[in-house]
Design a protein around this ligand. Structure first.
Ligand code: ADP
Length: 399
């Protein structure tokens, strides 16, 4: 892909022109992009956090990432292949890691701009309006000929789910322009093409902008992308895939306690003849290689200056400068943990931008994410900075 390719064959749009602080109208960028006001009649008159921001005067968080419409059908039980079952309730929500994390940044009060690509249909325009209401500047969202990315989710009464993802327009996102400046933060995830992420990271690094990569969903990353990354944030499962670090089976996740109502299946008793596998996290092929140490030393072999591994109710670990630091999770009664990671990543970026430093930003992110798991929904559950401040005070400043 050419770095300077204009979208849909049109002249290079001025889609990244920022709204001037004097309140003069922003030039309409191009027919392939939306301004917040155009995207919905529900966009508030009063300026959201992003209005009046300029990448040259205010440190902006740029989120280059996905935008999805999520369709969730709740039902008593999940259908088996070939079976048709009637669901109870169908809910449509705004989703995608890019959009979720942008909302998290904006709710913390950070000027946030989303670079994403969507299809041009009424439902998507409504969703873009909601995003703008959350304070995210959507003027860099490209309107493509493709359909908007979608997640088709079925959830049963036990919380089990089946999810089908349709990347749609997310897969066609092109980076036309990215006027990042020193002091800005670039936030990337794994739901757009790795090449787009690489181009964005290269440009950001070239001007002294901080690059945060949330390598989710789990997939090996381009080494060159990692070489342009300052902060890599992963959960334990992603740490295993992306970094080859031991997975969660070594650190039991307190969220996954065995259900006491389930009696053990007598057919599945452990075989007393079998010795425990010393390297259960490695595939059989790699296990034979003596160079594969059973216990990697995360503090030493970092592919980026700082790695943060989130671990649900076990908190988050930060690895940098040869040290490991554990941030315990704030103790809460969890209701719905979906989206905890997105809340954490966005709040971390906002904390970093606000000058909290790495431990301070991790603590802020942990508080925001803990608060989010006490509420249901994904974007609806992301707290504001005022909520997070109150929550931390309520907890006496400590998890
Ligand atoms: P992901 O959603 O990407 O799997 P995690 O489950 O690791 O991410 O959660 C991200 C962060 O959210 C954790 O590091 C922690 O700070 C917070 N968190 C998640 N679950 C809980 C919980 N049950 N109680 C308190 N905090 C939680």
């Amino acid at each position: 892909m050419s770095e300077s390719a204009p979208t849909m064959g049109e002249p290079t749009p001025a889609m990244f022109e920022t709204t001037p602080a004097n309140g003069e109208p922003t030039p309409v960028a191009s027919r392939t992009t939306l301004t917040a006001a155009e995207s919905s009649s529900t966009v508030p008159e009063t300026a959201p956090a992003t209005a009046g921001s300029s990448s040259t005067t205010v440190n902006t968080i740029w989120v280059v990432g996905s935008f999805n419409v999520d369709f969730t059908l709740t039902m008593a039980a999940l259908p088996k292949p070939g079976e048709t079952l009637v669901g109870r309730q169908l809910v449509t929500n705004l989703g995608g890691k890019g959009a979720n994390q942008a909302v998290s940044c904006a709710r913390q009060g950070a000027p946030t701009r989303l670079i994403a690509r969507v299809g041009d249909d009424p439902e998507t325009r409504t969703m873009l309006g909601r995003l703008a209401e959350s304070g995210v500047d959507v003027s860099g969202v490209q309107l493509g000929a493709e359909r908007t990315g979608a997640a088709l989710v079925m959830v049963d009464d036990r919380g089990e789910n089946l999810i089908g993802l349709y990347p749609g327009a997310n897969g066609a996102l092109e980076l036309i322009d990215l006027p990042v400046a020193a002091g800005d933060v670039l936030l990337l995830q794994g739901e757009v093409s790795p090449e787009v992420n690489l181009i964005a990271a290269r440009r950001a690094r070239a001007v002294g902008c901080t690059v945060i990569l949330n390598a989710a969903p789990a997939a090996p990353q381009l080494p060159e992308l990692l070489s342009h990354t300052d902060f890599l944030i992963v959960n334990e499962h992603e740490a295993e895939i992306v970094l080859g670090w031991p997975g969660p089976q070594h650190q039991p996740d307190p969220r996954h306690q065995p259900d006491p109502r389930h009696r053990p299946d007598p057919r599945h008793r452990p075989d007393p003849q079998r010795r425990p596998d010393p390297q259960p996290h490695l595939d059989p092929q790699r296990r034979l290689d003596p160079r594969n140490k059973p216990h990697p030393q995360p503090q030493r072999d970092l592919p980026v200056p700082c790695v943060i591994v989130t671990a649900g109710a076990d908190g988050a670990r930060t690895y940098r400068d040869g040290t490991e630091r554990h941030q315990p999770a704030f103790r809460v009664a969890a209701v719905d943990t979906v989206g905890a990671g997105d809340t954490f990543v966005g709040a971390f970026a906002a904390g970093l931008r606000d000058g909290l430093g790495v431990p301070g930003a991790v603590r802020w992110a942990s508080a925001a994410a803990a608060l989010s798991v006490t509420r249901s929904g994904t974007q609806e559950s992301i707290p504001s900075a005022a909520d997070v401040r109150r929550f931390i005070t309520h907890h006496g400043g400590n998890p």
